[in-house]
Design a protein around this ligand. Structure first.
Ligand SMILES: Cc1cc2nc3c(=O)[nH]c(=O)nc-3n(C[C@H](O)[C@H](O)[C@H](O)COP(=O)(O)OP(=O)(O)OC[C@H]3O[C@@H](n4cnc5c(N)ncnc54)[C@H](O)[C@@H]3O)c2cc1C
Length: 253
């Protein structure tokens, strides 16, 4: 996705805008990317998110946050939504929300969990499940800006079928110089993967992360328990707390 309106804006006036679905991409059996046309979109930084608000015919409203999945293309933004079983909003966005339908969008939101393309420190990204979405936005922004900053992504998923952006990650790990991608499987690993499925641990972070003396910027995103575990591991390995940025998506599930 090309960057045309990434800009440098962190704080935009938080007004609700009406967006419409222009494209839907299936990422995994439970996750889809929704491309929305949002007239007047002010631009955003990698790592920021939007609030999405739905209104039922009887006036009932529900709002949830979704990370921006990459740089904007003009007035178009991309969100990647993972279906949460029994959820109120995510199943609607995946199964019911149709092309041309309106949805209210507010943002961009967030001034801490962001990566700026002018940063020079090495970057460690650690994502669990849909927590990869804002991290992918950083990988895409890096590419769009022609940045050579070394990036490492550790991405924890349940099974090979759950890898969001699987093809693009494979391609970028091959073509984007200085980007390394390591997958950790918690339930079922593909043939040829070293080791048994496991939850991310010290060995993964040690092997696929950066030594703390390089003072990398670390971004950790996913379910609450995942984020807390990884942040504790990083701090235990000597990374400075202020360089370990976290974003929690919800319960551990
Ligand atoms: C800053 C931010 C950015 C986010 N970005 C994304 C994103 O890019 N993609 C994305 O898919 N989601 C993202 N989320 C999560 C999203 O906001 C919703 O929480 C999620 O879609 C579930 O909403 P729901 O209405 O379907 O479920 P709800 O009706 O809110 O919840 C249904 C049940 O599922 C549990 N639950 C809620 N959220 C989760 C979760 N994340 N994991 C497991 N169980 C859960 C609830 O406790 C409840 O039991 C983000 C959250 C935050 C705070």
């Amino acid at each position: 996705m090309a960057a045309t309106t990434t800009g440098n804006r962190v704080a935009a006036p938080l007004t609700w805008r009406v967006g419409r679905l222009v494209e839907r991409r299936v990422e995994t059996p439970t996750a889809q990317t929704l491309v929305l046309e949002v007239p007047g979109w002010p631009g955003h930084l990698a790592g920021q998110h939007v609030d999405v608000r739905l209104t039922a015919p009887d006036g009932y409203q529900a709002a949830r946050s979704y990370s921006l999945a990459g740089p904007a293309e003009g007035d178009q933004i991309a969100l990647t939504v993972q279906r949460v079983a029994d959820g109120e909003v995510s199943p609607y966005l995946i199964d019911v929300y149709a092309e041309g339908d309106p949805v209210e969008v507010r943002g961009p939101v967030g001034g801490w969990f962001i990566w700026r393309t002018e940063e020079t420190a090495p970057v460690l990204l650690v994502g669990g499940g849909s927590g990869v979405v804002p991290l992918m936005a950083m990988i895409r922004a890096r590419r769009a800006a022609g940045s050579r900053v070394p990036f490492r992504l550790i991405y924890s998923v349940r099974t090979p079928n759950d890898v969001i952006y699987a093809d693009e990650l494979r391609r970028r790990a091959r073509d984007d110089q200085g980007l390394d991608v390591a997958l950790v499987y918690t339930r079922e690993a593909p043939e040829g993967w070293r080791g048994e499925p496991h939850r991310i641990g010290l060995a993964d972070v040690n092997t696929h992360g950066w030594p703390s003396d390089l003072e990398p910027l670390c971004y950790v995103c996913g379910p609450t328990g995942f984020v807390e575990t990884v942040a504790d591991l990083l701090v235990g390995l000597g990374h400075q707390t202020r360089r370990v940025k976290t974003e929690r998506f919800g319960p551990t599930g």
